[in-house]
Design a protein around this ligand. Structure first.
Ligand code: TYD
Length: 129
């Protein structure tokens, strides 16, 4: 988990990312997921080399990570925390609250070739590493 700077203020709090200083990589792309209907899941896949950080800018959701061996669930519900996900992690997002907003910063542009969408293929590749 990455703890972003927090500027507490009675008028409302503020956090930031500047010049990639708060992240373990250089950001090439950001995207966000919103308006997720109750019960839906997103992102059941792994990336071959891409790294990312996921932030719950609003609301809450769970990020479930699997390294080919162990599964861990992280609940994100604070806009000042980010979950770093290294390459070759099977991950999905679930349990979205109403009006939740998932913000994702990645170290690469979108590239369909980066995705492993078959869990068995992922597991085989993960075991090789
Ligand atoms: P995808 O990453 O497959 O979402 P999920 O894993 O949650 O199902 O993306 C869904 C679609 O959006 C897919 O057709 C590719 C497109 N897309 C982009 O064009 N650019 C992006 O940065 C991302 C993340 C997705």
């Amino acid at each position: 988990m990455i703890d972003f700077p927090k500027i507490l203020d009675v008028r409302g709090n503020l956090s930031f990312i500047q010049n990639n200083d708060q992240l373990p990589f250089e950001v090439q792309r950001v995207y966000w997921i919103y308006d997720v209907p109750g019960g839906e899941q997103r992102g059941a896949h792994a990336y071959r080399s891409l790294q990312e950080v996921i932030i719950a800018l609003s609301g809450s959701f769970d990020v479930v990570l699997n390294d080919g061996n162990e599964t861990r669930k992280y609940t994100l519900n604070r806009s000042y925390y980010g979950l770093y996900i290294p390459r070759m992690m099977w991950r999905h997002l679930e349990n979205f609250s109403t009006n939740s907003l998932a913000f994702i910063a990645a170290d690469q542009e979108y590239n369909a070739q980066e995705y492993i969408r078959d869990y068995k293929e992922f597991q085989l590749q993960a075991l090789e590493h």
